[in-house]
Design a protein around this ligand. Structure first.
Ligand code: UD1
Ligand code: CA
Length: 454
């Protein structure tokens, strides 16, 4: 069966009071339009057309995906005109039309709508819902026998019509492409100067063809017109994601205060404390513990990893059984092996840290390759930057770096070597040797007394 998808995303989003096109505003770290695309992709449509206009170039740049066809609506003449603009791109069969500002819609609901549409042999089907608290939606008008006859936009409805017609239009339609000719018969609304897609309902209804509105949960339909809506929608999505992971065996100490993005995956028996943000394409293994105040972006954590309080992890990988934090920062391209310990106030950038290695306190490791079972003393710093270029530090396995040492890169500390505390290392250290680089200590006896005597 032929299916095409059209997503209407050209609107201005005036009510957002924003310099960013509305459909690019993010819910859980992804543009709203991206969520709508994610919901339709599993339906395997032959074609997905996105109608853009306002901020078209920006939308194209952000949403660039090979399987999307962008069509530009030159003048924003309403949703009816937007679909007509996409019309020439459509194949035979049915077309699923969605608003780009409704990111809560799920694949499951869309599948159900398509099945009902096909089974009933409808010319037109759409989703409706009932919720008195939600304003601004089109109202579904049914005749005495309960047959859908029209959609009346909220702003054109009288108070008595609003009272009478409480079923609302969800803005998700399935239309047989053979009916798209009806779009030419939509008249310009004299008040707003727009062509309303919703007018297609009365046109199809008057022609005597089959049409139906199917009720669904308001939690899937809620669109974003204002910042308040953006918050409400994000909150619904956030709760949905947390509920999914709880069902799969993840503990949230306070689910109201945890944000998990949609592409994230979390293993069972992992415990997540409040005020944590698990973002982007992050994978967390089983039996991990994430303490409060942690943000993890686009990273992978193996089994049993512990992230202590107030830690930031970006584009990094952490092996099984390792501990990171409190107050640690893993910057992009950091790889930490198994059973390692990255402690208080440690910053790591673009470095590899071997299995069982410890950097427990106050350390900066940048552009470094550190072997396994290395002990990095408190206050160790890789001096990786000379003001122009970045250089590499290599610390081989079994090395012991004394506290407060500076390793001036490029430099290599070979296997099993020791660096005495307070060293400034500028030359390679051979395997198994001890490097000391500090002024010899002198003790001036009775110095204090002599000074007092002066
Ligand atoms: C629309 C429906 C309303 C429904 C609601 C559901 C119409 C006339 N009204 O109202 O019945 O209850 O959605 O959320 O369709 N757009 C374009 N080109 C345009 C105008 C809009 O592409 O010229 C896009 C917008 O970017 C947006 C979508 O169409 O993604 C809906 O437009 P919007 O102005 O938000 O319509 P609503 O007033 O919400
Ligand atoms: Ca809307």
């Amino acid at each position: 069966m032929n299916l095409s998808v059209v997503i209407l995303a050209a609107g201005l989003g005036k009510r957002m009071k924003s310099g960013i096109p509305k459909v690019l505003h993010e819910t859980l770290g992804r543009p709203m339009l991206q969520h709508v695309i994610d919901a339709v992709t599993p339906l395997k449509p032959e074609k997905t057309v996105v109608v853009i206009g306002n901020g078209a170039d920006e939308v194209r740049r952000r949403i660039g995906a090979a399987h999307i066809t962008f069509v530009v609506q030159e003048k924003l003449l309403g949703t009816g005109n937007a679909l007509a603009t996409a019309g020439k791109e459509l194949n035979k069969g049915a077309v699923l039309v969605l608003n780009g500002d409704g990111p809560l819609i799920t694949t499951g609901t869309l599948k159900k709508l398509l099945t009902r549409h096909r089974r009933s042999g409808n010319a037109l089907s759409f989703l409706s819902f009932t919720d008195d608290s939600m304003g601004g939606y089109g109202r579904v008008i049914r005749d005495g026998s309960g047959r859908v006859s029209a959609i009346l936009e909220d702003k054109h409805a009288t108070p008595s019509e609003k009272k009478k017609f409480t079923e609302l239009n969800g803005g998700v339609y399935v239309i047989e492409t053979s009916e798209l000719g009806c779009l030419q018969r939509i008249r310009k609304n004299s008040d707003s100067g727009e062509y309303y897609l919703t007018d297609i309902v009365s046109i199809v209804s008057d022609s005597g063809k089959r049409l139906e509105a199917y009720n669904c949960s308001p939690e899937e339909i809620r669109g974003v017109n204002t910042r308040e809506d953006l918050y409400q929608v994000t909150e619904i999505m956030r709760k949905r994601v947390i509920a999914k992971w709880m069902k799969r065996g993840v503990t949230f100490i306070d689910p109201r205060r945890t944000v998990v993005h949609t592409p994230v995956s979390i293993g069972r028996d992992t415990v997540i404390y409040p005020d944590t943000y698990i973002e982007g394409k992050t994978t967390i293994g089983r039996n991990c513990t994430i303490y409060p105040g942690v943000r993890i972006c686009d990273s992978t954590l193996g089994e049993g990893v512990i992230i202590k309080d107030n830690t930031l992890i970006e584009e990094s990988r952490i092996g099984k059984g390792s501990t990171v934090g409190p107050f640690a920062h893993l910057r992009p391209m950091s790889v930490v092996g198994r059973n390692a310990k990255i402690g208080n106030f440690v910053e790591i950038k673009k470095s590899t840290i071997g299995h069982g290695t410890k950097a427990s306190h106050l350390t900066y490791l940048g552009d470094a390759v550190v072997g396994s079972n290395v002990n990095i003393g408190a206050g160790t710093i890789t001096c990786n930057y000379d003001g122009r270029n970045k250089f590499k530090t290599v610390i081989e396995s079994g090395v012991f770096i004394g506290s407060d040492s500076q390793l001036v890169a490029p430099v290599t500390i070979h296997k099993g070597a020791y660096v005495a505390a307070g060293a400034t290392i500028t030359k390679d250290v051979p395997p198994g040797s001890l490097a000391i680089s500090r002024a010899k200590q002198q003790n001036l006896e009775n110095w204090a007394k002599k000074r007092r005597g002066k």
